[in-house]
Design a protein around this ligand. Structure first.
Ligand code: NQM
Length: 370
């Protein structure tokens, strides 16, 4: 903005958005450098990474608040918006654009409407969004009464205080987002030998990707109930070491190669539901325990619940019907996923509800030499 004095900082327009249970700055692609290395330097500086407290940037010292959205009008026929999600970390200098984030996805349409990328319709506005991370498409709808953006409303999602206007996401094709297919090993259940530093072990797991690559195991196989708090599990170093050893073993089996530096697969500990839901979960993303559950993580877990022969068998409570809503229990409540299956039992559609809100609009300052 011209009324500020000249300085050695460069102002980059952005909006800080909450998307579901995540938060981060959203940029128009045209406001960021075209060169990927330069873009990544700008994003790292904007978030204040690497630094555990992210004291010099916008990041919130947690993976769920170290996320960035980049949006543009789409040139793909039938698609309105392209969305690139970037996962940063507080304490490393990685900018990972390989996985999806269904929570940040919820903020894409409001951001695009705020920035004038699409016209605002009367009543509700729907856009088809292509995530450039994995080429996944979805239809997103938000209320726009009288052609105005409406953020206040009665929808409640666990992990976010209060209520807000519902943003519905209808996923069109999620199977095998980063992995080669829904079941990358070709099996619904695998016995995995893990060469852990403390002691080798073997464990049954479902390796699955219906929007998020995940390793699903029974909490009881790790000597815990699966009902512990997220903080308690994140503080359990022995558990985290075993889960990380399992993750490193599962990565190549899932066609993901060496995953030591990757944010996926995510790990999920399953236990029988306690509050009338389909299953209880504790997810590691992948090194800290999620306070709730990721959007596509929930879709992937729900899919395993209806998949014959998966690790969820004997744990999950599901109905034998083509369209059902599965309540995935997590540390701060539940996440409802609507699944539709075809006659062969394949999941053909997943839909869910999120909320989002713009928190700040303006410019983030980064050193100009970047
Ligand atoms: O699974 C956490 C989140 C996510 C990702 C993560 C997400 C998803 O809660 O689609 O939303 O797994 O890193 O934002």
């Amino acid at each position: 903005m011209s009324h500020y004095p000249a300085s050695d900082q460069r102002a980059v327009p952005c909006m800080l958005m909450r998307g579901g249970t995540s938060r981060g700055p959203f940029f128009l692609e045209s406001d960021l450098p075209v060169d990927t290395a330069a873009r990544n330097r700008v994003l790292l500086a904007a978030m204040g990474s690497p630094d555990p407290r992210q004291i010099d940037g916008l990041g919130g010292a947690h993976p769920l608040t170290s996320k960035v959205g980049i949006v543009r009008r789409s040139a793909t026929p039938g698609v309105d918006l392209d969305f690139l999600f970037a996962q940063l970390q507080p304490d490393s200098d990685t900018v990972d654009v390989t996985p999806n984030c269904g929570n940040m996805l919820a903020a894409v349409l409001p951001f695009a409407l705020e920035r004038g990328l699409l016209p605002i319709a009367e009543g509700v506005t729907t856009a088809r969004i292509l995530t450039l991370n994995t080429s996944m498409q979805c239809d997103v709808t938000m209320p726009t009464p009288h052609g105005q953006l409406q953020y206040a409303g009665g929808a409640r999602i666990d992990g976010v205080p209060g209520t807000a206007a519902p943003i519905s996401i209808n996923f069109l094709d999620t199977a095998g987002s980063v992995c080669p297919s829904l079941l990358p090993t070709g099996r619904a259940l695998d016995r995995i030998n893990v060469d852990a530093a403390a002691a080798p072990f073997a464990v049954d797991a479902t390796l699955i990707d219906n929007g998020m690559p995940m390793v699903l195991v029974r909490a009881s196989a790790f000597g815990i109930t699966g009902y512990e708090s997220a903080a308690e599990l994140t503080a359990n170093d022995a558990l985290r070491a075993r889960l990380e050893a399992l993750r490193l073993a599962a990565g190549p089996l899932m066609g993901l190669g060496d995953v030591a530096q990757k944010n996926y697969p995510k790990m999920c500990l399953l236990a029988p539901p306690r509050d009338g839901g389909a299953v209880s979960t504790r997810c590691f993303i992948p090194h800290v325990c999620h306070d709730s559950i990721g959007v596509l993580a929930a879709v992937t877990v729900a899919t395993a619940c209806v998949l014959p022969g998966s690790i969820a068998g004997g744990i999950a409570s599901t109905k034998d019907q083509a369209c059902q809503t599965l309540s995935i229990e997590h540390p701060s409540g539940e996440f409802s996923v609507e699944l539709e299956t075809d006659q062969s039992g394949q999941v053909v559609r997943a839909a869910l509800l999120r909320t989002a809100r713009p928190i700040m609009r303006g410019e983030v300052l980064v050193p100009a030499h970047l």
